[in-house]
Write a protein that binds this ligand. Structure first.
Ligand code: NAP
Length: 231
């Protein structure tokens, strides 16, 4: 089994990486921050996984293409791709800069598209695979100051829901996870830790469940909220 996880340098992606490392399989992890990524790799190797850590900006086509070739050459056919990397900024529409718009669209939509584009052909050739997107509960609702972030997450949801219809014939599963509020570094340079939020490992547990079901079963969607979150 070969699993690829984007945005595994911290937060939800790192929690997924550490939880799936317990399967002692091959895992490739991607993010831009090499130091944090290597730290994740060290922790995963201590658990017993075989890990390839590649610094990669998923908004850059050449970087994603090269990373995909490197991973496939090193580890073989991809089994599971977890599109987790994402960014979020929250303000009222007129206060957003064009750079913030471009960055959110590029990471949340283009990045997921590029990774999927460059791993999908190998899955289709193998006639097996599983693509998972970590979207958001705001893929299905909006909130004050969330216009652009919600737009990216609605688009991500639409992209993967449509992809599910395309790749079913190739025995490829597509699952979308919709988390509520999670304690991570999201939108901040410091770790946000509020008791009323989910832990990143709560999402990792859901991903572990999604990939554990029998071959002929697919979990299309899973929504996870902290009990006390209003939505
Ligand atoms: P986080 O702690 O900020 O982690 C984000 C990850 O994405 C980091 O590993 C970051 O690594 C990576 N990333 C960002 N830009 C990238 C780029 N251009 N290329 C490659 N990697 C990039 O945030 P998180 O909360 O774990 O977020 C993970 C996912 O969960 C996102 O898609 C987010 O929308 C979703 N989500 C989060 C929450 C929440 O409450 N936290 C709720 C619902 C959904 P580098 O900076 O090293 O590149």
């Amino acid at each position: 089994m070969l699993i690829i996880i984007s945005g595994a340098s911290r937060g939800i992606g790192k929690a997924i990486a550490l939880r799936l490392a317990q399967k002692k399989c091959k895992i490739a992890i991607l993010a831009r921050n090499e130091e944090e990524l290597l730290q994740t790799q060290t922790e995963m190797q201590a658990i017993g996984a075989e890990v390839l850590a590649l610094a990669c900006d998923i908004t850059q086509e050449e970087a994603v293409k090269n990373a995909a070739q490197n991973i496939i050459t090193t580890f073989g056919t991809p089994t599971i791709l977890i599109n987790n990397a994402g960014v979020g900024k929250f303000r009222t529409m007129a206060d957003f800069s064009v750079e913030e718009f471009d960055n959110m669209m590029n990471v949340n939509i283009k990045g997921s598209f590029l990774l999927t584009k460059y791993f999908l052909p190998a899955m289709q050739q193998a006639q097996q695979g599983h693509i998972i997107a970590i979207a958001s509960d705001v893929s299905k609702r909006t909130f004050f100051s969330g216009s652009l972030y919600c737009a990216t997450k609605y688009a991500q949801d639409a992209m993967f829901s449509a992809l599910r219809k395309e790749v079913r014939k190739d025995n490829i599963k597509v699952s979308v996870v919709y988390p509520g509020m999670v304690n991570t570094y999201f939108e901040s340079n410091t770790f946000v830790n509020r008791p009323e939020r989910l832990d990143a490992d709560d999402i990792a547990q859901a991903v572990e469940y999604i990939i554990s079901v029998p071959k002929n079963v697919v979990i299309d969607e899973i929504t996870i909220h902290p009990l006390q979150q209003e939505y």
